[in-house]
Design a protein around this ligand. Structure first.
Ligand code: SF4
Length: 893
């Protein structure tokens, strides 16, 4: 056998497919060669390393380090902070040394770090073999083979410089040679492009390497092209069109990056796809495992819980997921009123809530103190059992792979010697097993596809057309800086341990770029998208070398640079182009015209939906119209939203307990009791300052509220009171935060808000609709008496906002009309809106071309003072329908 061997030849190569032959020649990288060599030498075969195997090695090495760490080795401090991460790093050093020829002995003059590595190596704790250990075993076997003179191969052709291989590999090649295997270098690429073509000029300067060709010789004949496009997708479409135009033979692709975009374009142009499988951590099954493990620890992160309910692959059925996600978005925590009532509704609807109790509501361990390792093992095994029971229904390779990783995680926990694991340590173990993600097929490799390789070094035979896809800097794999110090490298070299110098690797890498270019005979096209996934792309470093060697000035560079637009305009190649007009964006229409008959009286109106009706009837029609439901993706509230939620719940809780006038310590205790159920994110690491400040702010606000009530002899009559009243043919419904009883026996409405800016403005302009609706609903309940007084209480500032200062014992007030006036004006406005909608016209109020609502619904100018009109576009700030009504596109029109 005469294999071709190269460092970049693990994976797809061009060696077997070129018209010049090579069929039947094995083509191996280090992994392939070691596997075959082991087979021939009767050694255990090293399969491709999986992250699960690596995880087991790292964990075993960490145990070994734990035994020696007391001796103050160089890694001691890091190991104390992060045992797994440190073990991962030190093990990679150890493997590098073994691959370079180290046998685990002390290196004379190597210094304390190499001594510590030798000490670790002497330890007799078992360490699963890695690729470097398999290579060492092959070397030993070859030594014995040498005595018997049986060469495993007739010859080996090595594509790259022998110095670019680590020391032990060099020794293995040498032993093979001694055993009778010929070690050969394949012939160097020699060009072969059409004489006088641009590609030929490039070949000549790459081959002689001394001088440069004047740029005037470069004509732009299409044999050497930098193909530019604004985005990866546009570049892919252009390339696919060109492949069709060129016909046979199809080009060979070097796939630098973004394979799926290329495959999509090939498929769209009727060309067989190259196939792609991509590892990702964002697989639902992986997210499920990591989230469930993380939720074993306190504090609980509500984002993690929402993530669980967002997953389509989880122990929760769809109605449970939807309902609990909404509850979580309303009150981000577990166990409070909304959580419990969501569960109750699910039970009433006949759904099982056992999975919620089993997976989410179970007791949690403190993240800092840690969980018993045995309990974590039990949890991981339970997750594994659940996955096992769901493999058959899904038939998913990802679920199978996740189950294997889960078993690996369980195995690590079984071997774990720490009795408890803090959250961070458990996360490291989970990371170790899942960090590389799980590969799943993104597109299929189809029969008759063009040939492709992953690295220019794998183009080992000539080809007619070579397309270097994603010829960008981001696709280069440059060598790492040496991990060892100068004195260590000197001592290692003296001991026969030969690491590969980074400059050697760099030189070899650069040579492989040139060699690939030299193997193109007819056409070399290097594809450079300007942007990929929102990131600016810089051209590949080889671009600069080509420009420099050919001495390209701007004009010459322009001759060989082709844009996607040039191709579409057929300035360079005659590709088939069908021009299609882009689909128009939704038009921004100031009114929608639909079938007549939209009614507004069949459902219930909350203050919010009533406000939306007069703010923007289109938004009302899409979000609140009876029978219409806008589904939002639930999201965890944050900032002022979550502060307001907690403030409401706190006042409700204290008022119901009759302890609104409690001392500060009791109020703070109540806050701490409520936070896990309604604002759990405030307990996460990094949030202690926010929580501390909020605790103080809320305590001061509650005390101010209690003082206000006491000073005016007001009592709390109802908390979170449901109100309902029939008004103008519609049902008004709402939930009033606090209904107060004044000293004179009259009711007062108090609505809690977090901030005060917007609500002060609403009072000043007579648009405090929410207060007005509550007051109306209360008044309709007892129409004989006077209308209740109304006020907002801003919790952030602990201040009352009202236009009726006397009713609340204040000297200062907000300067605005009586709140009840809003209802009178609303009562005149709603019938006109109703008539307009019934006629099939839905006004849109927030567009540049919108008419003011009162004009749009036909209210004569002289009567507008008597109606309610909100500021145009007022509701747009919190409306998510801008893309539907066209407001989002107005800038582009
Ligand atoms: S974005 Fe403004 S104009 Fe458009 S639907 Fe929403 S509220 Fe109406």
């Amino acid at each position: 056998m005469r294999p071709l061997v190269g460092r970049r030849l693990d994976g797809a190569t061009l060696a077997l497919v070129d018209e010049l032959g090579g069929v039947g020649t094995p083509c191996w990288g280090p992994t392939g060669l070691l596997r075959d060599l082991s087979l021939r030498l009767g050694l255990p075969i090293k399969s491709a390393p999986s992250s699960a195997q690596d995880a087991a090695r790292v964990a075993a090495f960490a145990r070994r380090m734990a035994r020696l760490v007391a001796r103050e080795a160089f890694y001691a401090k890091s190991f104390e902070m992060d045992p797994i991460g440190t073990a991962e790093m030190v093990l990679s050093w150890r493997d590098t040394l073994v691959e370079a020829g180290w046998d685990g002995e002390r290196v004379a003059g190597g210094g304390p770090r190499l001594d510590a590595l030798a000490e670790l190596e002497e330890h007799d704790d078992p360490l699963p073999s890695g690729a470097a250990d398999h290579l060492a075993a092959a070397e030993v076997a070859l030594l014995m083979l040498h005595q018997q003179h049986r060469p495993p191969y007739e010859s080996i052709e090595i594509t790259d410089d022998i110095d670019a291989w680590p020391g032990r590999w060099r020794r293995v090649f040498s032993l093979l040679q001694q055993a009778g295997t010929q070690i050969l270098r394949p012939s160097e690429p020699s060009g072969g492009a059409e004489p006088g073509s641009d590609l030929d000029h490039l070949h000549r300067v790459l081959l002689d390497g001394r001088g440069a060709t004047p740029s005037s010789e470069v004509r732009g004949d299409g044999s050497l092209v930098f193909l530019e496009a604004p985005t990866t997708q546009q570049a892919a479409d252009t390339v696919a069109a060109l492949v069709n135009e060129w016909g046979s033979p199809a080009p060979v692709f070097i796939r630098g990056g973004e394979r799926s975009a290329l495959d999509h374009a090939l498929r769209a142009h009727g060309i067989a796809t190259l196939g792609d499988a991509r590892p990702s951590r964002d697989r639902a099954a992986i997210q499920l495992v990591t989230a469930l493990v993380d939720l074993a620890f306190a504090p609980l992160d509500p984002h993690r819980v929402l993530e669980l309910f967002d997953l389509t692959f989880s122990p929760f059925v769809a109605p449970v997921r939807r309902s609990m996600a909404r509850a979580l978005a309303d009150a981000p925590g577990i166990g409070d009123v909304r959580w419990q009532s969501a569960k109750r509704r699910l039970v009433e609807a006949g759904h099982s809530i056992a999975p919620i109790e089993a997976w989410i509501e179970r007791a949690r361990w403190d993240g800092d103190h840690g969980a018993p390792t045995a309990d974590l093992l039990e949890l991981v095994e339970r997750i594994g059992l659940w996955l096992q029971s769901h493999i058959a229904p899904t038939r998913s390779e990802v679920v199978v792979a996740t189950l294997e990783r889960c078993a690996q995680l369980a195995d690590l926990l079984r071997r774990e010697e720490r009795p408890t694991l803090p959250r961070i340590a458990m996360r490291r173990l989970v990371d170790l097993v899942f960090s590389e993600g799980i590969s799943a097929s993104v597109s299929t490799e189809q029969c008759g596809r063009p040939h492709h390789v992953d690295h220019p070094g794998a183009v080992v035979l000539p080809c007619s057309n070579l397309v270097w896809w994603h010829f960008v800097a981001a696709s280069t794999r440059l060598p790492h800086r040496a991990r060892f110090r100068h004195n260590e490298l000197t001592a290692l070299a003296a001991a026969g341990v030969r690491l590969v110098a980074p400059e050697t690797l760099l030189a070899e890498e650069a040579w492989q770029w040139r060699a690939a270019a030299l193997r193109a005979r007819q056409r070399l096209v290097m594809v450079v998208p300007a942007w990929n996934r929102g990131e600016r792309m810089a051209p590949h470093p080889f671009h600069d070398e080509i420009v420099a060697r050919l001495m390209l000035d701007e004009r010459a560079l322009g001759r060989i640079t082709v844009s996607g637009a040039d191709v579409l305009a057929r300035r360079h190649w005659h590709v088939d182009v069908e021009h299609m007009a882009p689909l128009p964006l939704p038009a921004a229409r100031p009114a929608w015209h639909v079938s007549p008959g939209i009614t507004i009286g069949d459902g219930s109106f909350t203050p919010r939906s009533l406000q939306t009706l007069v703010e923007c009837p289109l938004r009302w029609a899409l979000e609140h119209r009876p029978g219409q439901r806008a589904r939002r993706v639930p999201a965890i509230p944050h900032g002022a939203q979550v502060n307001g939620l907690l403030a409401h719940r706190l006042v409700q809780y204290l008022a119901q307990a009759g302890s609104l006038n409690a001392d500060p310590a009791t109020i703070r205790a109540a806050i701490d009791r409520l936070v896990p159920g309604i604002a759990a994110q405030l307990l996460l690491p990094g949030m202690s300052f926010e929580l501390h400040q909020l605790r103080h702010q809320l305590t001061v606000a509650v005390m101010a509220l209690a003082r206000l009530l006491e000073a005016n002899a007001m009592t709390i009559e109802a908390v979170e009171e449901d109100l309902a009243a029939a008004w103008m043919g519609v049902n008004l419904v709402g939930r009033l935060d606090l209904r107060l009883r004044r000293a004179d026996g009259r009711d007062a409405v108090l609505d809690l808000k977090w901030g005060r800016g917007k609500h002060r403005k609403d009072l000043e302009t007579g648009r405090a609709l929410q207060l007005a609706v509550y007051a109306l609903a209360l008044h309709l309940r007892a129409p004989a008496g006077p209308a209740p007084s109304t006020a907002y209480f801003a919790m952030a500032q602990g201040t009352l906002l009202t236009t009726e200062p006397g009713a609340f014992g204040l000297r200062e007030s907000v300067n605005g009309p009586p709140v009840g006036e809003a209802i009178e004006r609303l009562a005149r406005t709603v019938p006109a809106v109703r008539t307009t909608l019934a006629a099939g016209t839905i006004p849109v109020t927030g567009l540049r071309t919108s008419l003011p609502l009162l004009e749009a619904i036909g209210i004569p100018r002289a009567e507008r003072e008597q109606h309610l009109e909100l500021e145009p576009g007022d509701g747009c700030a919190h409306c998510s329908l801008g893309a539907v009504c066209g407001r989002d596109w107005e800038e582009l029109a």
